[in-house]
Design a binder for this molecule. Structure first.
Ligand SMILES: [Zn+2]
Length: 318
């Protein structure tokens, strides 16, 4: 059984060894409530699916949980879950284990996504695998020889992982919340996308994308992708700018982690092929050595899209 806690929606599912979702239940993620009230809808969904699974004659082997934040060093407890602070330091592992008498495993969402892509998605067979997730912020996880780097070893890499969104890719870029300039987080996140649109508006650029935003549509990766497909010049320009930064970021990550394969996931990257293709053309236009080294690394989009963390959450139990 996989439990993927998301910022707005939580999914509970029975997943088989081939990565197929056999039963699924979705509930709204509750915020601003005490821990037990936050967990109550999940508990109901878990119990509902366990009953259904039993009536199908399936044996459930454990519960894997993917959480949108960081876990403490021993991996037994949520440490910092920014969207649901009620779960910070909550003994979720013990609660699930005692209540259901099943093996339980907690993972950070980036790690779950990476494990999902490695087992069932585009990362099959790669020994050193880096996953970069771009959404509201930039996150990453790294696998070496089938294991998530940093749980017991490669602590140095794990520290990098925690701060990957603060790796600088442009010395002249905007100032980041951490104080440095041009962190990747300020160049290709949702927030960065917003700021690029605002700059286009200030320059007096016109087009369908800007008209839709003026008419109070919300800027989402999907909207940007749609307009780029229609040939909107502002949307295409934003993709080309983000593509350049993504290409720089990939070079930096390759230098640091030496992955064999680089998987890109998250809403901004999954919504459209434009970003990846503009990153690739930026890489081809770049003639320095690093770009040549980087061309040896396979850079691919994730295959599982939004299902990656859910499918990956159960993998340590297999
Ligand atoms: Zn920063």
């Amino acid at each position: 059984m996989g439990l993927e806690v998301g910022g707005s929606k939580t999914t509970v599912a029975i997943i088989d060894r081939q990565g197929r979702v056999r039963l699924r239940s979705e509930t709204k993620t509750l915020r601003g409530r005490p821990p037990m009230a936050t967990l109550e809808p999940y508990v109901r969904a878990i119990e509902g699916l366990l009953t259904q699974a039993r009536s199908e004659g399936w044996s459930v082997e454990g519960i894997g949980v993917s959480l949108p934040g960081t876990l403490d060093y021993t991996r037994q407890r949520p440490l910092l879950i920014p969207s649901i602070p009620a779960l910070n330091a909550f003994p979720l592992y013990e609660l699930l284990q005692q209540r259901y008498k099943l093996p339980v495993c907690l993972l950070e969402d980036m790690e779950a996504s990476l494990l999902g892509e490695q087992r069932f998605g585009s990362g099959q067979g790669a020994q050193r695998l880096l996953y970069l997730h771009v959404n509201a912020i930039v996150g990453a996880a790294f696998i070496v020889d089938g294991k998530i780097a940093g749980h017991e070893y490669e602590q140095r890499l794990r520290q990098y992982m925690g701060h990957i969104c603060h790796i600088s890719v442009s010395a002249s870029g905007p100032r980041c919340s951490c104080g440095k300039r041009g962190c990747i987080n300020t160049m290709i996140s949702l927030d960065a996308m917003q700021k690029m649109v605002q700059r286009a508006v200030r320059r007096g650029d016109e087009g369908n994308l800007i008209t839709r935003l003026v008419n109070r549509e919300t800027l989402t990766p999907r909207l940007l992708a749609e307009e780029a497909e229609n040939g909107d010049s502002v949307a295409l320009q934003i993709y080309s700018e983000m593509g350049r930064w993504l290409s720089n970021a990939i070079t930096r990550y390759v230098e640091l982690f030496e992955p064999h394969m680089f998987i890109l996931g998250g809403d901004i990257l999954c919504s459209s092929a434009f970003l990846l293709s503009s990153a690739k053309s930026a890489a081809n236009a770049d003639t320095n050595t690093n770009a040549r080294v980087r061309s040896l690394v396979k850079v691919v989009p994730g295959l599982l899209g939004r299902e990656a963390a859910l499918l990956g959450s159960v993998i340590p139990l297999f």
